[in-house]
Ligand binder design. Sequence first.
Ligand code: FES
Length: 121
Amino acid sequence: MEESALASSWSCPASLLAAGQSAKFRLRCWDRTVEGFLVNHDGRFYAYVNRCAHAGTTLDWWPNEFFTDDGRHLICATHGAIYLPDTGLCIAGPCPGASLTPLPVAQQGDTLIVSCPEGEP
Ligand code: FES
């Protein structure tokens, strides 16, 4: 996709994202391209910038693989930081207490809409 074609919001049908699944997307925020990911954790939806709070790499070494094997946490493939899916808080690994950058998620019917956060992070 051309960078100029990116928008400040991204949407997908909630019904396509079962519990424990994730989806990647890109937004155009503050004149920059932001890669993000959306997860369904126990039936609730959360989105974050795909940038580890430790050293800033993307979390998914394998594309769109964000959950730990047991599906309870998010994990960064680079050095193993473990995050809570519902808050983005790092609870284990090299950056406990740090957090992923959340992106707002709205739901209209079956449509999930992720948008740029207010203000520049
Ligand atoms: S960059 Fe993610 S754990 Fe180090």
